[in-house]
Design a protein around this ligand. Sequence first.
Ligand code: NAD
Ligand code: 6OD
Length: 502
Amino acid sequence: MKNQGSALTERAILPEEKTFRHFINGEYVDSTDGKTFENRDPVDNSLIGLVCEAGQKEVDAAVRAARAALNGPWGKLTQADRVELLNRVADRINERFEEFLEAECRDTGKPRSVASHIDIPRGAANFKAFSETLANHPTETFKLDTPDSQGALNYGHRVPKGVVAVISPWNLPLLLMTFKVGPALACGNTVVVKPSEETPATATLLGEVMNECGVPTGVYNVVHGLGPDSAGEFLTAHHDVDAITFTGETQTGEIIMRAASVGLRNVSMECGGKNPAIVFADCDLDKAIEGTMRSSFVNCGQVCLGTERIYVEQPIFDDFVARLKAGVEGLKLGRPEDADANFGPLVSLEHREKVLSYYKLAVAEGATVVVGGGVPDMDETMNDGAWIEPTIWIGASDDARIVNEEIFGPCCHIRPFDTEEEAINLANDTDYGLCAAIWTENLSRATRVAEAMEVGLVWVNSWFLRDLRTAFGGAKQSGIGREGGVHSLNFYTELKNICIKY
Ligand code: NAD
Ligand code: 6OD
């Protein structure tokens, strides 16, 4: 593993200090009480700017604006008009790609090579894909023709849910926020977004894009702040919010579900994971190593779909461990703008404390550190940043906490297995159920094992290969409901049946 020692590079787009304001009813506004908190660059802990913290007043104003837009101009548009506006939003994100890229990389510290291939393109695509799904989705129709009914036509009519609260995390800020905002707006809802306190920039910038594209004011609103006793709690408890869509930790999801139970509001929950990979001896090992390098270490391991538990069939165990170790040693730590860097810092010093506590725990629990396990020595311009070593462990027991709890960092535990049945049992032995990756060239085995996984998503010989028309979501404690494709339309609309007797 090599550290990047280049001098601090000028960042062209964002001024050295700025304030991230709320975006309410088409305007950027401060908090009335002037409350702010700091936003720091995880690369070197320098101050990016201040973020306004919303109180009840700002949340009320945002929800009011969203309700007015729903009952007013947005609600009166045809679906085709809405779709055209959202396509324009997608195009405008692409035109301002560089600004979104800069903002995302500065908030998260992630390499530009990652954000320019994943975060920003998907941020734009999320506005197009769901418009297309909606436009092509048939209406269900049933003709009832019995002696009693003597003819009746039933058809489904979709209406928006109303004002939707979008609560999003910091790991893929624009991607995960627009994965909800795109379909919510396409279905005719209006939204109030509460981005993570760690990553306020791209949600803020998107407000400008909405105005530039002529999206009516009040359709897209942003309130900044923290969770408890702040914007997150005020928004999810707001009586005039009709549905809540959340991505984040399982424990936060439980709190939000309690808030949503008042008034029986709908929730969609995309939560944590402790995802397994099963690597069979008959796999294409080059592909398995390349895929696992990404699934365990891309985005500094901060991907809900990331692999933290790897089960490898005994005959190739030593080889797999050695090759993954070599892959980790080849990672290049560096600033986002360093073209060679493929590994950035964690999102914050606070998150590093959490991940490091698991690094210490691993040793206490008897795991062997294959590589990493600590804090890297960065050059003096980055030493104050949230850098951490990518880490591999072997030898922990199946009930060790590092094998069972979500760490959300660049680390994984590798364990050998002997039989397919054993691998399935080990993979399923968790409270989580987000995703699994299976590496084998045997199609029958792949199908059998995929169907046995207690998760919402399975990748065979790949990872994070996304088709936005498919269902996305977790089983067990990884979530409730599905989004993606028609599943998003189901969540963001109320389906009304109309029965016409003729
Ligand atoms: P988090 O739960 O701490 O925060 C997520 C959001 O919830 C933030 O905007 C936060 O301010 C807000 N929040 C916190 N407490 C709240 C409260 N009481 N009321 C209302 N809002 C509140 O999660 P995080 O640390 O930002 O993100 C990492 C977690 O997200 C990991 O567990 C990861 O697995 C999960 N995640 C899941 C998916 C998925 O699709 N399943 C995707 C990305 C991340
Ligand atoms: O690709 C997506 O649509 C998606 N929701 C990815 C989630 C990644 C979690 O960190």
